[in-house]
Design a protein around this ligand. Sequence first.
Ligand code: HEM
Length: 150
Amino acid sequence: MDNLYGILKSAHSGWRYIVFVLLVVAVINALSGWLGKKTYTEGNRKLNVFTLISAHIQLLFGLVLYFISPLTKLPASEAIGRYWKMEHISMMILAIILITIGNSKSKKITDGVAKHKAIAIFFGLALVIIIGAIFMMVKADPSKTFFGVS
Ligand code: HEM
């Protein structure tokens, strides 16, 4: 179990950069497609799907960690326990739901600019929530840093 914990902890810690970079690039592309009234290309679609898949993989790592990490067993009466028991999971799941909705909306819409708009809004909100959650992590848990990988 200790081994599994170590592997998943490193995987979840490092994978966040994949999610983060894909999400930032997807939001920038979607904003420029929406505001610049560009066509929605196959490259745009693939980028958005890869972003979605990366977020779902992060969710899987996180779900297992939630049950085996010692951090989620800390008392909720303290900020660190509250963060790991409730705040991290709820904010990150909300962000992943937004990414999932944004992607499925963009698939249903036929107009290219409107597809870009759906991605820009939903992925953009998810990005803000993820950054907020990581800021809260640094405040609540002194052993974590914004960019530190463990
Ligand atoms: C996009 C989504 C997510 C991002 C960007 C993210 C990011 C992070 C980061 C940066 C850490 C600290 C890693 C470190 O120590 O270096 C962490 C830890 C953790 N995450 Fe997430 N996370 C996400 C989703 C989730 C979800 C959905 C869950 C639960 C279902 C979860 C559960 C956990 C747990 C339990 C830890 C503590 C691991 C430990 O150190 O024992 N995460 N996450």
